[in-house]
Design a protein around this ligand. Structure first.
Ligand code: FAD
Length: 445
C-alpha cells in the first residue's frame, strides 16, 4: 500500500509513525515543504529567548533520524501543489530542483497545519516585520536580535503566541509594546482572568494597548513606526505579527474536499474527509467540542498529536476514534501559568447556557510550607444541571495539575459539587486538604 502524508510536523509525523507501526510493509512518504520536520512549535519562544540555546533541541527528529527510527520516507523541501482525487495522485514540487512530478497514492493524509494571518496593511512588507510559526521563522527573529541588538519591539496581537513572545523578548531587555485590537488580552479567557495577566505584564514594564489595532507600518526599507487605528505612533526596531492563525486548507479546498463551518477541513471520528481514502489531522481540521457538540477550530499541538495516532490507526483499519476536544490549554506568561479548559463564561452564555461562576483565590499548598502562593481559580457551572462547563486557572505554581483534574472532571461530565468527593493527593508541599478546586465547586452551587 502507498500512503502519502502532506505535512511533517505534529500531525503528519504522528500519523505516519503510527501507520508504519501497524502496516510495516506499507510504503509511506511524508512530503514537507519546509526544511525541518517534527519540531516543537511550542518550544520556539524559549529558543528565541535563548533559554533553549540549541536549534536542534526544539527538533524532535530530523528527516534522516525519523526515517531511521520510525520508518516512513521523508521528502523535505517538497511542496504538494495539487491533489487529484479522481486519479489518486498528487503533484509534488521539489523546491530545490524546481521540478514537478505526479505521484500515485492508495491513501492520502492532509496534515498541512495552520499559518499565521498577515494583515493586508500598508507597510506590512517592510523589513523587520516577522511572524512565528516554524523553526526557520524563529531563526530569522533570533538572528535579527543577535545581529542588530534592537531596543524596541512591538507585538501585534495579545494571544498566546504574542504574550509568550513578550516574555521571550523581555530576556533581551527590550522596550516592548503589545497592541491588541480587542478590549482585553487573551480573548479566549474571561476578562476578569485576562486582567490578571495584563496587570502582571504591566508590572514587568511591558506596555499594553487594548481596544486598538495596527493600521499601518512606516519606515524607509525597515519598519520604524507602528501606527494604530486610533492614530498612536509607536516607534520600534521590529514588529512581531501575532494576530492569529488560519487553517492551511487551500489544497483540500481545491480538491473539493468539504470544509466545515469554521473554515477548517471537516472530518469524521476516524479522521476521514468527505473524499474516500483521504484523511486529515491536526491544525488543518475542525473538531467537535465535547460540551456543546458544535464544530470548533482550536489548533493545538496536543490535539494534532492525538489525531495523528487516530489517523494512523484508521489508515491501517485499526478501530479508533477521535471524539472531540475541550480546548484545554496552558501557557507560561512570565512567572504565571495560565490555563483553561471547557467553556469560558462568555462562551457558555453565547451557547445559551444559564451559568453560575465561582472565582476564588486559593493556596497552591499549605500556607506554612515555603513557596506558598495564591492561585486564581474560576469555575463555570451549568446552573440547571450542576455540571462543570469550564475552568480557568492563573498562578505561579500548581496550575497545571488543577486544570488537568478539571479537564478530566468535565470530560466525565462531573457536577461541581462532586469535586469535593475526589480523593486528591495531599501533603503540605503539594496541596491543602480541601483543595481550591473543591472549594470553587462548592461555592458554585
Ligand atoms: P503544523 O505544525 O502547522 O505543520 C504543518 C506542516 O505542513 C508545515 O510544516 C507546513 O510547511 C506543511 N505543509 C503545508 N502545506 C504543505 C504542502 N502543500 N506541501 C508540503 N507541506 C506542506 N500547541 C500546544 O498544544 N501547546 C503549546 O504550548 C503551543 N505553543 C505554540 C507556540 C508557538 C510559537 C506556535 C507557533 C505554536 C504553538 N502551539 C502550541 C501550536 C502547535 O505548534 C500546533 O498546534 C502544531 O504544530 C500543529 O501541528 P500540525 O502538524 O497540525 O501543523
Amino acid at each position: 500500500m502507498k500512503i502519502i502524508v502532506i505535512g511533517g510536523v505534529a500531525a503528519g509525523t504522528s500519523t505516519a509513525a503510527k501507520a508504519q507501526r501497524e502496516l510495516p510493509k506499507a510504503e509511506i512518504t511524508i512530503f514537507e515543504q519546509d526544511s525541518d520536520i517534527s519540531y516543537s512549535g511550542c518550544g520556539l519562544p524559549y529558543y528565541i529567548s535563548d533559554l533553549i540555546e540549541k536549534r536542534e533541541d526544539v527538533i524532535v527528529y530530523t528527516p534522516e533520524r525519523f526515517e531511521a527510527r520510525k520508518g516512513p520516507r521523508v521528502e523535505a523541501q517538497h511542496t504538494v501543489k495539487k491533489i487529484i482525487p479522481d486519479k489518486k495522485q498528487v503533484i509534488v514540487k521539489n523546491v530545490l530542483q524546481n521540478t514537478e512530478k505526479k505521484i500515485t497514492y492508495d491513501k492520502l493524509v492532509i496534515a498541512t497545519g495552520a499559518k499565521p494571518i498577515v494583515p493586508r496593511l500598508a507597510g506590512v512588507d517592510l523589513d523587520n516585520i516577522f511572524t512565528l510559526r516554524n523553526v526557520n521563522s524563529a531563526d530569522r527573529i533570533k538572528e535579527f536580535i543577535t545581529a542588530n541588538k534592537p531596543q524596541k519591539a512591538v507585538i501585534i496581537g495579545g494571544g498566546y503566541i504574542g504574550l509568550e513572545m513578550a516574555e521571550s523578548l523581555l530576556e533581551y531587555e527590550l522596550d516592548i509594546t503589545v497592541v491588541e485590537m480587542a478590549d482585553q488580552l487573551l480573548t479566549n479567557f474571561d476578562r476578569d482572568m485576562a486582567e490578571i495577566i495584563e496587570e502582571n505584564l504591566t508590572s514587568k514594564g511591558i506596555k499594553i494597548i487594548t481596544n486598538d489595532g495596527a493600521s499601518e507600518f512606516k519606515g524607509e526599507q525597515k519598519v520604524n513606526t507602528v501606527v494604530t487605528q486610533s492614530g498612536q505612533e509607536i516607534e520600534t526596531d521590529f514588529v512581531l505579527l501575532a494576530i492569529g492563525v488560519e487553517p492551511n486548507v487551500k489544497l483540500a479546498k481545491d480538491a473539493n474536499i468539504e470544509l466545515g463551518s469554521t473554515g477548517a477541513i471537516k472530518v469524521n471520528k476516524q479522521m476521514e474527509t468527505s473524499i474516500s481514502d483521504i484523511y486529515a489531522a491536526g491544525d488543518c481540521v475542525e473538531n467537535n467540542h465535547l460540551i456543546t457538540n458544535n464544530p470548533v477550530w482550536i489548533p493545538l499541538g496536543s490535539t494534532a498529536n492525538k489525531q495523528g495516532r487516530v489517523a494512523g490507526n484508521s489508515l491501517a483499519e485499526v478501530e479508533d476514534s477521535f471524539d472531540g476536544i475541550l480546548g484545554t490549554a496552558i501557557t507560561k506568561i512570565c512567572n504565571l501559568a495560565v490555563a483553561r479548559t471547557g467553556l469560558t463564561a462568555r462562551e457558555a452564555k453565547k451557547e445559551g447556557y444559564q451559568i453560575v461562576t465561582s472565582t476564588i483565590k486559593a493556596g497552591n499548598h499549605a500556607g506554612y510550607y515555603p513557596g506558598y502562593k495564591k492561585i486564581n481559580i474560576k469555575l463555570i457551572v451549568d446552573e440547571i444541571t450542576g455540571k462543570i462547563l469550564g475552568a480557568q486557572i492563573i498562578g505561579e505554581t500548581g496550575v497545571d495539575k488543577r486544570i488537568d483534574v478539571l479537564a478530566t472532571a468535565i470530560y466525565n461530565e462531573m457536577k461541581a459539587d462532586e469535586l469535593i468527593d475526589l480523593d486528591l493527593a495531599y501533603a503540605p508541599p503539594f496541596s491543602v486538604p480541601k483543595d481550591g478546586i473543591m472549594i470553587a465547586g462548592l461555592i458554585a452551587n
